[in-house]
Design a protein around this ligand. Structure first.
Ligand code: ADP
Ligand code: MG
Length: 675
């Protein structure tokens, strides 16, 4: 192409494309889901912009917000066109080739480990999946007020960008993806196949999607069927007519008026022709008499394939499991079903509807993000999208940090509020007072749902056979286990960060202990197994369960029949610093000084026992004085003191941290700055 500028793909993008174009992956159709999702994102963006600047929508047919798909089998081509925000020349260069996203390398890594291709969208590189089926792709795009450009590449390390000088029709606004299918991928130019796929992937896309379908029709001979693209019988074009936004309503009215106008003209014509017949009933007969001859012809029509109703506005009882899961996949770009969902409507001062999902697996960047101070500030920001915020059915953003605390940012789904203003920018919205209320309620609901999973698990494991009918079964019994494995650390972070819900979160924590070394147990589980009179929950932290179990600190307590929690996650010790109490019980780190189980003994002899112990200790201390003084002299300032211990049973000596000092484990953590 004359005047086309050549660009090299960013190195990792290049590697990714190379893998994709040579891939033998068997579910290549995911490319269509990714392209439809991009079209929908682009439409969301233009609709959002139009809230404050109506002119971006343009006029007439350009103002219509839809997605159209058609194919040409003979030339092995597939076309996907949206009237979204479009891309400038610079956007094309950056977004489709030169910008390095953190998701690119993360996805490559996953693929090397045998990860699923299906997840490509979650990593923010979904566009390139088109090369699973294509050997040549052109992206024709026009941003509002800009020129039309063509991006083109055969996935051979390079791409070109050039101005479109009449090569394609003027898009008005938006993007047209022209896909040349590889040999052997002809099925993606097949109407029936496309229809099935588009239906599968687009049911919950919030914009109308049309597929050009060819049908055989009886056509009157006189009235020749117009060919190809122009013979379009458009059904009603529902441009979000229910959206409470005046502007887009007007837009859709205008669009409707236009199509009405066309219809009116046709019916006028009909009426004129019918003028001679004065009895309406006879119309049919007369028509037949007038036009006796028809022929069968192929007529192309735009078939509307999705009903684009916002699922979260519907009543839960009217929504099937399958619909929920389809919607979940569309909004999360996950390919697996969700682990759990939370669908509710909040009323009162702040009204909103929410449909949230807990994924079965943590999003790839979840733990990276929650440990960073400002999660979305990465260059090329590819944190997998979070909750989608809508205001009266208009999509606003999927990275409103104020919507969820970081530790719950693995939740996916939508929040649609009636209480937020529509005509403000994102920054102002971020700080709107209603968001705080929404956040509070979302957190509460999410924690309730997690608790329900934990309760179900407990009910499944309970021995009582009394009300078996009430017991949850199957997946409900396993859900919390799966959840804990993926998101347990998130809950621990919640304990550190969420002062208001610390108590609730503590109940959800799980640990291994001396009495339950293989099965995770809760704090209430620990409490239920306490010795009579026990007032303290004992714990010890270290590198591995094996190490802490063999620790001399634990030995004596365990020998005395006390349960000791074995904490091996680097976060655990931080969690324990926050959790000073559970119910009425204190926590004690047994690796520190002053663990005295005497205080726990019950009954009358408690005092006597304490006294006797004290005297015995005093005598012992005296008799060992020569050794302890010698040792202290030897070590000098390296230790705070050398003491006789009451805590060991088989180990001769240990180095311990003082009660107020840092434990050895904590020191190790700080040194490694693992967190
Ligand atoms: P993601 O959608 O997760 O950002 P993709 O690889 O699918 O990742 O797309 C990369 C980027 O290319 C998008 O973020 C967007 O900026 C741009 N893009 C892709 N398709 C379109 C489109 N149809 N209209 C406008 N921009 C698009
Ligand atoms: Mg995408």
């Amino acid at each position: 192409r004359d005047g086309a500028k050549k660009f090299e793909f960013q190195a990792e993008v290049n590697r990714l494309m190379d893998i994709l174009i040579h891939s033998l992956y068997s579910h290549k159709d995911i490319f269509l889901r990714e392209l439809i999702s991009n079209a929908s994102d682009a439409l969301d963006k233009i609709r959002f912009l139009s809230l404050t600047d109506k002119s971006v929508l343009g006029e007439g047919s350009t103002a219509v917000m839809d997605i159209r798909i058609w194919a040409d089998k003979a030339s092995r081509q597939l076309f996907i066109r949206d009237r979204g925000i479009g891309m400038t020349q610079e956007d094309l260069v950056k977004n489709l080739g030169t910008i390095a996203k953190s998701g690119t390398s993360a996805f490559l890594e996953q693929m090397q480990k045998g990860g699923d291709m299906n997840l490509i969208g979650q990593f923010g590189v979904g566009f390139y999946s088109v090369y699973l089926v294509a050997d040549w792709v052109e992206v024709v795009s026009k941003a509002p007020g800009g020129k039309q450009y063509i991006w083109a590449s055969g996935a051979d390390g390079q791409f070109t960008v050039s101005e479109d000088e009449g090569e394609n029709e003027d898009l008005g606004r938006g993007t047209l993806i022209k896909i040349h299918l590889k040999e052997g991928e002809e099925e993606y130019a097949d109407e029936a196949r496309l229809k099935a796929l588009v239906t599968k992937y687009s049911e919950f896309i919030n914009f109308p999607i049309y597929l050009q379908a060819t049908t055989e029709k009886e056509v009157p001979v006189e009235e020749k069927a117009a060919d190809g693209d122009h013979a379009t019988t458009e059904k009603e074009v529902p441009v979000e007519e229910e959206a409470a936004d005046e502007k887009s309503e007007k837009e859709s009215e205008e669009a409707e008026k236009e199509s009405e106008k066309e219809e009116d003209e046709e019916s006028e014509k009909d009426e004129k022709e019918d003028d001679e017949g004065d009895v309406v009933d006879e119309e049919d007969e007369e028509e037949e008499e007038k036009k006796p001859k028809t022929v069968k012809q192929n007529v192309t029509e735009w078939e509307h394939l999705n009903d684009n109703k916002a699922i979260w506005l519907r009543k839960a009882k009217d929504i099937s499991e399958e619909e929920y899961n389809k919607f979940y996949k569309a909004v999360s770009k996950d390919y697996d079903d969700a682990l759990n969902r939370i669908h509710f409507k909040a009323e009162g001062d702040v009204e909103f509807k929410a449909l949230l999902f807990i994924p079965k697996r943590a999003p790839w960047d979840f733990y990276d993000n929650i440990q960073r101070a400002k999660p979305k500030a990465t260059p090329g920001g590819t944190a997998s999208a979070g909750l989608k915020l809508y205001v009266r059915r208009v999509f606003i953003s999927d990275d409103v940090d104020e919507l969820l605390p970081r530790y719950l940012s693995f939740l996916r789904g939508v929040v649609d509020s009636d209480s937020l203003p529509l005509n403000v920018n994102r920054e102002m919205l971020q700080h709107h007072a209603s968001l705080r209320t929404i956040k509070k309620k979302l957190v509460r609901k999410a924690l309730d749902a997690i608790k329900k999973m934990a309760d179900d698990e407990a009910a499944c494991n309970a021995d009582d056979s009394s009300d078996d009918a009430e017991k949850p079964t199957g997946d409900a019994c396993k859900a919390f286990g799966t959840f804990w494995k993926e998101f347990g650390r998130a809950l621990k972070l919640g304990v550190l960060e969420d002062d208001n819900n610390r108590g609730r979160l503590a109940k959800l924590l799980r640990f291994y202990t001396s009495k339950s070394p293989k099965e995770l147990t809760s704090l209430s589980g620990y409490v239920s197994r306490m010795k009579p009179g026990q007032k303290t929950i004992y714990w010890i932290a270290g590198m591995s369960q094996d190490e802490v179990a063999r620790s001399p600190f634990a030995e004596k307590l365990v020998a005395e029949g006390y349960e000791v929690m074995y904490l091996t996650d680097v976060l655990d010790e931080y969690v324990m610093q926050q959790l000073t109490e559970f119910e009425d019980f204190k926590f004690a780190n047994i690796a520190k000084e002053d663990v005295d189980t005497t205080a726990e003994a019950e009954g009358e002899d408690k005092e006597a026992a304490a006294k006797a112990k004290k005297e015995a200790a005093k005598a012992l201390k005296e008799s060992f004085k020569p050794l302890t003084s010698w040792w202290k002299d030897l070590l000098g300032s390296k230790v705070a003191g050398v003491k006789l211990s009451k805590r060991l049973s088989s180990t001769p000596c240990v180095v311990v941290a003082s009660k107020w000092g840092q434990s050895a484990n904590m020191e190790r953590i700080m040194k490694a700055s693992a967190f």
